[in-house]
Design a protein around this ligand. Structure first.
Ligand code: UTP
Length: 292
């Protein structure tokens, strides 16, 4: 596949219909994707990453209690007019800028049947073409957007590509774990994978993190609606079967990941990123100092 015309991955799915049980009670009524990460909602980091990686069409798979995501990326005329009338031009431009960020389509996943099912809900928009998937709980910070690192490998080698990270043995049951062989620096060919294995069942030490470039061949596999870990339709199970017929690559991504899907991870991400912000660093340090 080397040397072929640069494949276009222009569509990106954002499955955000999960219940967010690890964030209860907040997620009883609030979308965890709308919680602030320093100065903007968690979801905007993923959207900015997809856009910076060349994906122009964003498709959100939403569910109950996720309306605020649609409202956030929509125009808000009343607020815009009010800010204009009060001479708050900078804030006005920021608010308008958010609604101009991207064309976003919304699809409802009526029942949270699992990540695999959420991806299947995006099929009408991605039929016949490779597409990106961003799980916005995983926030990546670094020089080169992680989605663009995956798209680069897809452009060179073709096929499906997932982001990989080596995880401690004790953490394997939280992730999809792969068995793979290294083909070149930082790139693995994936031979097998298991969703949320026990330590004894884990086929390796690399875990799939929340970024994918997927082959459209995954849709018929997902459409079989086989149930996997947790009684859900798992994307990992479909990818495992896909790897039997098509190449599935793993990229050990460059950058840092913050797991904003749990209260502890979200808090740690806020503290760390605030410490790296010239305006906020002193605030955090002063609080810590005062508490000692
Ligand atoms: P998670 O496994 O993190 O589930 O989903 P969750 O519901 O968000 O959170 P917990 O585990 O209950 O705390 C991974 C991604 O898949 C989406 C989620 O929104 C998240 O982005 N997802 C999951 C769906 O869109 N639909 C589903 O049925 C399940």
């Amino acid at each position: 596949m080397c040397g072929r015309e640069k494949a276009k991955v222009t569509k990106c799915l954002f499955p955000v219909a999960g219940l967010g049980t690890r964030f209860l009670p907040v997620t009883k009524e609030i979308a965890k994707e709308m919680l602030p990460l320093v100065n903007r909602p968690i979801i905007s980091y993923g959207v900015e990453e997809a856009l910076a990686s060349g994906c122009s069409d964003i498709i959100m798979i939403t569910g109950r209690a996720k309306r605020s995501i649609e409202d956030y990326f929509d125009r808000s005329f009343e607020l815009e007019q009010l800010l204009k009338a009060r001479g708050k031009d900078e804030l006005h431009d920021m608010v308008v800028g958010i609604s101009n960020l991207a064309e976003i389509l919304y699809v409802r996943q009526r029942e949270p049947l699992g990540l695999g099912h959420a991806v299947l809900c995006g099929e009408p928009f991605c039929r016949g073409e490779y597409f990106g998937v961003v799980l916005p709980d995983d926030v990546f910070v670094g020089d080169v957007p992680v989605m663009s690192q995956l798209i680069d490998v897809h452009d060179r080698l073709g096929g499906t590509v997932v982001a990989l990270e080596r995880v401690p043995r004790g953490d394997v049951s939280r992730y999809g774990i792969v068995r793979s062989e290294v083909v070149e620096g930082g790139i693995h060919r994936i031979l097998d994978m298991v969703e949320k294995p026990s330590v004894d069942e884990a086929p390796g030490e690399y875990a799939i993190m929340g970024r994918y470039v997927l082959s459209p061949s995954v849709f018929p596999l997902l459409a079989e609606r086989r149930l996997g870990a947790g009684g859900e339709i798992q994307l990992t199970d479909a990818l495992r079967r896909l790897a039997e017929t098509e190449p599935v690559w793993g990229v050990v991504y460059q950058g840092r990941r913050f797991d904003c899907g749990t209260q502890k991870g979200w808090l740690a991400a806020n503290v760390q990123l605030a410490l790296e912000d010239p305006d906020l660093r002193k605030v955090v340090l002063d609080v810590v100092k005062a508490s000692q």
